[in-house]
Design a protein around this ligand. Structure first.
Ligand code: MG
Length: 393
């Protein structure tokens, strides 16, 4: 059991241990293993010596010199040569007696070994999370206007990196033809079904007042300077289906073309952007977790065509002091194509300058879903949500 526990510690804890923890835990576990192995070996010698679970003593029927003993074919004991240093150890009467004193305490000692392994494993557990955390570094550089600009690097790549040799753009995938209208399942909460009644029932502006967004042909349309809209109801972990269309009349480029966003918990943005033959930084194109994680593929349809996001989101967990004890995760399908594969969100997605994103900040367990007004008339329809249970820690 001890070894099994130790193995689990290696697989679960050590995989995430910082090197400093490993430096302490490895010698501890190794020491426990050597002690255990040594005692086991002595037990084998002890049992093999006379068959009666008594330690061998020199001077038996076959005993002489630097030898140990085992039962011979006539019931007598015969000697055999031990390897290396054991020859120095066992035949010496005084040392053998010492071993005899130790042997009865083996069971007591063996109780200590799991404790040693537990201590080592505890060191491993202390290191959890650290290696799963992306390596984020920051530095401040002078901008063209002489002001300080914060630069954030996630796993060595600059936030909003436009150099494709350092941050390659996702490959383009042509999604399959859209199926018939994807009706919500029976246990979903419908947040918008195309009707004005549904809109007024479920959505407000960020102040809790009726929103100025338009309803056009059964779709919600963002209105410039009308601000974000958000659900009246709050949600945590969830499965969210939402369909959107970039303006058919193409205007602008990069981040200025068909920009909106789906915000989980009013905080974490899945970028909406017309990324059809429109180049921008990878971590800001359609399906990006803005500034944090680029999509695996570019599965964007043409401007004006309806496209879907299916988002499986698990909220972050915080402790009482506001420390993140489990990061948020996103799985996202864009037009049926997987573009975020259980992505662990390394921090917030808020704009913190041209090359930095916000950090986690403790918030309630549930918050509204919101949609962004970025000045472009992006449309939304068929919005439904299913709440998910948080998995235990
Ligand atoms: Mg946006």
């Amino acid at each position: 059991m001890m070894m099994a526990g130790s193995t689990v510690a290696k697989q679960v804890g050590r995989a995430r241990m910082p090197q400093t923890m490993l430096a302490v835990a490895r010698p501890l576990e190794a020491g426990a293993a050597w002690i255990g192995g040594g005692l086991l070996f002595m037990m084998m010698i002890k049992r093999g010596s006379d068959g009666n679970d008594k330690a061998a003593v020199p001077g038996g029927c076959c005993g002489e010199g630097q030898r140990a003993f085992r039962p011979c074919h006539e019931g007598r004991r015969e000697s055999f040569t031990l390897p290396g240093g054991m020859q120095e150890l066992l035949p010496n009467p005084r040392k053998t007696l010492t071993i005899m004193k130790i042997l009865p305490n083996i069971s007591r000692i063996s109780r200590v070994l799991p404790l040693a392994a537990l201590v080592a494993s505890s060191f491993a557990a202390l290191g959890q999370e650290d290696l799963s955390k992306p390596v984020i570094t920051t530095e401040t550089r002078k901008g063209e206007d002489g002001k300080d600009v914060l630069y954030m690097f996630i796993d060595g790549v600059k936030v909003h990196e436009t150099d494709t040799s350092k941050q390659p753009l996702p490959a383009v995938v042509t999604p399959g033809e859209p199926a018939a209208f994807f009706a919500p399942p029976s246990d979903a909460i419908v947040l918008f079904d195309g009707s004005e009644e549904s809109f007024k029932k479920n959505w407000t502006d960020t102040q809790g007042n009726p929103s100025q967004w338009n309803i056009v042909d059964g779709a919600l349309e963002s209105v410039k300077k009308a601000g974000y809209i958000q659900t009246k109801e709050s949600f945590g972990s969830c499965q969210l289906h939402i369909e959107w269309a970039a303006p058919a009349n193409v205007s602008g480029d990069g981040q200025g073309r068909g920009n909106s966003g789906v915000f989980l918990m009013n905080t974490y943005e899945v970028q909406v952007l017309d990324s059809y033959e429109n180049t921008t930084y990878a971590d800001g194109q359609a399906g990006a977790l803005y500034g944090r994680s680029k999509p695996l593929k570019n599965a964007c349809r043409k401007p004006g065509e309806w496209q879907s996001y299916d988002i499986i989101f698990h909220r972050p967990l915080f402790d009482e002091q506001g420390k993140v004890i489990r990061r948020a995760t996103f799985t996202v399908l864009h037009n049926g194509v997987l573009i975020q594969d259980h992505t662990v969100l390394s921090g917030g997605t808020g704009w913190m300058g041209p090359h930095a994103a916000s950090e986690y900040k403790k918030h309630p367990d549930k918050l509204p879903i919101s949609l962004q007004d970025h000045g472009n008339p992006v449309r939304f329809r068929n919005i439904w949500i299913r709440e998910l249970q948080d998995k235990p820690l």
